[in-house]
Write a protein that binds this ligand. Structure first.
Ligand SMILES: NC(=O)c1ccc[n+]([C@@H]2O[C@H](COP(=O)([O-])OP(=O)(O)OC[C@H]3O[C@@H](n4cnc5c(N)ncnc54)[C@H](OP(=O)(O)O)[C@@H]3O)[C@@H](O)[C@H]2O)c1
Length: 299
C-alpha cells in the first residue's frame, strides 16, 4: 500500500519556468537579452545530453544560449582562456562548464576562473563563501536550491527539524547543509551530514524528519532506514544495465522507491523529482545575473 505523497519536482519546475519566462519578457522589454554560454569538454554522452537539455530549456524560456564544445584533448589553459573571453563579454550573463572534465583540467581552476557574477552554478569560492555567511547576493548551487524550492512549494517547514544528508560533496551535500542551517523560514534545521567514513548510518537516518540521499549508491536507503512520515529526497542518479532488456539501461536513485513509499510521508520520484529542479534553478540564476547586470530585478 502506498503511503507517501509524491514531491513532484517536475510540477514545481514548470511553475518556476513560468516565472522565469515572465522575468525574461520583462528584461527584453527593457532591451536586455539574457544570455548563457554552456561549455562542454570531451565526448561524454551523458554530458552531451545534459547540455542539450539545458540549451533547449533556455531557448524555450527566451534565453539566448550558445554551446562551446571543445575536444577531450583541450588543455586547462585553453579552457581558462575561453572562459576569460566570456567573462569579458558583457552580452553574456551566465557561464556554465559541464562536469565532469577530462583529467588534465582541474575543476577548482575552472570554478575559480568564472566571474562570480556570471557563476550560475554557484561553485566559485566567493559564492560558496556567501552561501556559508548567509549573504543572499551570491548564487546558490542549483540542486540544493531546487530541493529547498520543493520544500517551499509543498509547505514543508524545516525549522527545528532533524535533517540528515547522505553525502558531503561540494555540489550537493555541503551547500544543502548550509542552506538548511541558515537562519530564516527556509532553514533553521538541525543538520547532520553523513559520508563514507560515518558510523551508525541507519541509526542517524531513522531519526531524520527530512532525509536527503545524495551519495550515488543505487537504492542505498531501504525502508527500514526511514522514520515513519519522514520527508525523503532522492538526489542520486545511477544508470544500471537492465538484465531483462539486453542493451537497455535504467536510472536508479539512492532510495529504494517501493520500500520508501510505504514508510515515508513525502517522497521525490526519481526521475521527475530533483533533476528538473536543477535545470529550473540554473535558468532562474541566469535571469538573476542578467537582472543584476541591468540594475533591475528583485535583488
Ligand atoms: N538530479 C540532479 O540534478 C543531480 C545533481 C547532482 C548530483 N546528482 C546525483 O547525486 C549523487 C551524488 O552526487 P555528488 O556529485 O554529490 O556525488 P559525489 O561527489 O560522488 O559525493 C558522494 C558523497 O557520498 C558519500 N558516500 C559515498 N558512499 C557512501 C556510503 N556508502 N555511505 C555514506 N556516504 C557515502 C561520499 O563520501 P566521501 O566524501 O567520504 O567520499 C561523498 O560525500 C550522484 O548519483 C549524482 O549523479 C543528481
Amino acid at each position: 500500500m502506498q503511503r507517501a505523497k509524491l514531491l513532484e519536482g517536475r510540477v514545481v519546475a514548470a511553475g518556476l519556468h513560468q516565472r522565469t519566462k515572465a522575468r525574461v519578457a520583462e528584461l527584453r522589454r527593457r532591451g536586455v537579452e539574457p544570455a548563457v554560454t554552456f561549455f562542454r569538454v570531451g565526448e561524454d554522452p551523458a554530458s552531451e545530453l545534459y547540455v542539450r537539455m539545458k540549451e533547449k530549456r533556455a531557448k524555450d524560456l527566451g534565453i539566448l544560449s550558445e554551446v562551446i564544445a571543445m575536444p577531450s584533448s583541450t588543455t586547462e589553459r585553453e579552457l581558462l582562456t575561453r572562459l576569460e573571453e566570456k567573462n569579458r563579454d558583457s552580452r553574456i550573463h551566465g557561464i556554465l562548464v559541464q562536469m565532469p572534465l577530462p583529467r588534465q583540467i582541474r575543476t577548482e581552476a575552472v570554478c575559480q576562473t568564472i566571474d562570480p557574477s556570471k557563476d550560475i552554478d554557484g561553485f566559485h569560492p566567493i559564492n560558496a563563501g556567501k552561501l556559508l555567511l548567509g549573504d543572499p547576493s551570491g548564487f546558490p548551487p542549483c540542486t540544493p536550491a531546487g530541493i529547498c524550492e520543493i520544500f517551499r512549494h509543498y509547505g514543508l517547514v524545516t525549522a527545528g527539524a532533524e535533517v540528515v544528508i547522505l553525502g558531503r560533496s561540494n555540489i550537493v551535500g555541503k551547500p544543502l547543509a548550509a542552506l538548511l542551517l541558515a537562519k530564516g523560514p527556509q532553514g533553521d534545521a538541525s543538520v547532520t551530514v553523513l559520508h563514507s567514513q560515518s558510523r551508525h548510518i541507519p541509526e542517524h537516518c531513522r531519526r531524520a524528519d527530512f532525509l536527503i540521499a545524495a551519495l550515488g549508491k543505487a537504492e542505498f536507503v531501504r525502508g527500514d532506514m526511514i522514520k515513519a512520515g519522514a520527508v525523503v529526497v532522492d538526489v542520486g542518479v545511477t544508470r544500471l544495465l537492465d538484465s531483462s532488456l539486453p542493451g537497455e539501461s535504467r536510472i536508479v536513485g539512492d532510495v529504494h522507491f517501493s520500500e520508501a513509499c510505504q514508510v515515508a510521508g513525502w517522497l521525490t520520484p526519481n526521475p521527475g523529482g530533483v533533476g528538473p529542479m536543477t535545470i529550473a534553478m540554473l535558468l532562474a540564476n541566469t535571469v538573476k545575473a542578467a537582472e543584476r547586470s541591468a540594475g533591475c530585478g528583485a535583488d
